[in-house]
Design a protein around this ligand. Structure first.
Ligand code: UDX
Length: 440
């Protein structure tokens, strides 16, 4: 099939590249001339494991190309994906100006029947707005379909190629057939393509992300309570996660969720609820708890140093909102670093991928080339992202480099039994602190 993807952000690039990989002819379109020039040269502007191989192969084999020209890019396309940003407006609702802008442009240039697919996460009712914007100037038949994506950064290629499910919102049989054909190679193993109406598909995306954000947040509150009652959140996670009604995943307590999706989508669903006169109390609680959770270790750190961080050097491991990405949107590390600086601490930091991105926002800290370099003369280590390379560090080497052997772990990376042997003082989330008394 011939496919066009409008918008070469994270979702657009993964969608375009993966559909090229399944044999389609894909043109990606973006108004950013610099970005398109880089893509045409074979450069990928984002870090996503596995994307480079597929990207290079499909360009080399002539199934994937890039243009800034919408009219040329959509010529002959049976399916046109809209993968455009929907940033939160000042009131928290998703801003549709990019999507509706492209929808307006599409009307007069469509030359034959096409399925226009909303791939971005958009509020309920957007498919109807896109339909109306295109219809105003269109001379041919078309359908607008809602097809939300459930990609996780870091494993997006796998999520795309082997989706748990594909959700497609359309009431048109013609569009349904086109979408079935397009997705057939991805659901051979029998995972379902679920058809529903447009509004339900739009709502499904918000419900999925809000539910997962709530699941994490609930666990974070259980962890906070565990600390008070003297229970261990690791055991609680195993104890409840094995119940198939609950499920093992997304039960890891820590310093809160971040990223480009959960915070934005929870906020947008809360906003939609308000607009429709419904007080969605669970969502309000999720947002408030997550905000507090992000900097939960700061008071613990300050207490450890008798209320004064002035002049101390705090080493930070992990800046990205999660491992295997350079994405720092809503990353808990940012708020923590700002809090540390405000309290008069000096900060040294290491992250395998995200340092350049943070340096643009927070130039006043020291960025180091290795995790150990960040520890040199540090008074404490704080961990904000669970990169695999932090999981089995050389504690002896760490102890020698640091002024104090103390770790504040926002991602519960280490078993308490392992830490006990190292002589480090250790604070994590939802578990007893280790060796803390002796060192204060
Ligand atoms: C998420 C959804 O998973 C995906 O389906 C959707 O399309 C986009 O949003 P992503 O933001 O890439 O994907 O990351 P994800 O792996 O879901 O993690 C989100 C956040 O939750 C991260 O900050 C992560 O650290 C946190 N998290 C996740 C926890 O704190 N505990 C967990 O158990 C799981």
């Amino acid at each position: 099939m011939k496919i066009a993807v409008v918008g070469t952000g994270y979702v657009g690039l993964v969608t375009g590249t993966c559909f090229a990989e399944t044999g389609n002819q894909v043109t990606c379109i973006d108004i950013d001339t610099n970005k398109v020039a880089r893509l045409q040269k074979g450069e990928i502007p984002i870090y996503e494991p596995g994307l480079d191989v597929l990207f290079e192969r499909n360009i080399a084999e002539g199934r994937l190309d890039f243009t800034t020209n919408l009219t040329e890019g959509i010529k002959g396309a049976e399916v046109i994906f809209l993968a455009l940003p929907t940033p939160p407006g000042e009131d928290g609702s998703a801003d549709l100006k990019y999507i509706l802008g492209v929808a307006n442009d599409l009307g007069p240039i469509l030359e034959q029947y096409a399925v226009i697919v909303d791939k971005s996460t958009v509020p309920v009712g957007t498919a109807e707005k896109v339909q109306a914007a295109i219809a105003r100037n269109a001379n041919v038949e078309f359908d607008v379909v809602s097809n939300p994506e459930f990609l996780r950064e870091g494993v997006a290629i796998e999520d795309f190629m082997k989706p748990d499910r594909v959700v497609i919102g359309t009431t048109s049989e013609r569009a349904q057939k086109v979408m079935e054909k397009l997705y057939a190679p991805l659901v051979r193993q029998g995972n379902p393509v679920i058809f529903m109406d447009e509004r339900s598909a739009e709502m499904t995306k918000y419900a999925a992300n809000s539910f997962l954000a709530m699941k994490i947040t609930f666990m974070n509150e259980i962890a906070n309570l565990c600390e008070r009652v003297g229970a261990n959140v690791d055991d609680i996670r195993k104890g409840i996660g094995t119940d198939s009604r609950i499920g093992k995943r997304f039960l890891f307590a820590g310093i809160g969720y971040g990223g480009s999706c959960f915070p934005k989508d929870v906020q947008a669903l809360a906003k939609t609820s308000t607009e429709y006169g419904y007080d969605f109390r669970t969502l309000e609680a999720v947002m408030a708890v997550n905000e507090d959770q992000k900097t939960r270790l700061i008071p613990t750190l300050t207490d450890h140093f008798d209320g004064n961080l002035r002049g101390l050097t705090i080493a930070v491991w992990g800046l990205a909102f999660k491992p295997n990405t350079d994405d720092i949107r809503e990353a808990p590390a940012l708020e923590n670093i700002k809090a540390l600086l405000a309290l008069g601490a000096r900060v040294t930091a290491y992250d395998p991928e995200a340092m350049n991105n943070v340096a643009k926002l927070i130039p006043e800290i020291t960025y180091c080339h290795t995790p150990y370099a960040a520890l040199d003369e540090a008074d404490a280590l704080m961990i904000f992202t669970e990169w695999p390379q932090f999981r089995t560090p050389d504690f002896e080497k760490m102890g020698k480099l640091m002024n104090n052997k103390v770790i504040f772990d926002g991602r519960n990376l280490y078993d308490l039994s392992v830490i006990k042997e190292t002589g480090f003082a250790y604070y994590s989330i939802g578990r007893d602190s280790i060796n803390a008394e002796e060192l204060v």
